[in-house]
Design a protein. Structure first.
Length: 116
């Protein structure tokens, strides 16, 4: 088993990615550019958490967490735009927002731990 597979933030990011793929990235749901951007951003969260665990230095690990957190923010911005365009419901937005916020807080705590 790889180290990242035991991380709670990785598990939450993976579940978040799955929800996005099942509920928003369904065929015919969005324009191609938005769909690709959201797919990449959601995947980036998971992949950067995983890749960061392979690094040996704290600064390197921290940078991957910072990048993963930036991708969380990117997803939230896309959700906000989709909500404004009535492409997702308020309930979908709220649920995704809460999940993103939890992942962001977990990544922030991890980043702070690497600073010490």
């Amino acid at each position: 088993m790889f180290d990242f597979e035991n991380l709670e933030v990785y598990k939450k990011a993976k579940a978040f990615n799955s929800v996005i793929r099942r509920t928003i990235l369904i065929p015919g749901s969005l324009d191609v550019a938005t769909k690709n951007q959201l797919r990449r951003a959601a995947l980036s969260i998971v992949l950067n958490i995983a890749e960061g665990t392979s690094r040996f230095s704290k600064p390197d690990r921290r940078n991957f967490c910072v990048t993963a957190r930036g991708s969380v923010f990117e997803c939230v911005a896309i959700f906000d735009l989709l909500k404004d365009d009535n492409q997702i419901t308020i309930d979908q937005f709220t649920s995704l927002y809460k999940e993103a916020e939890e992942i962001s807080k977990m990544l922030f705590a991890t980043i702070r731990n690497y600073d010490n």
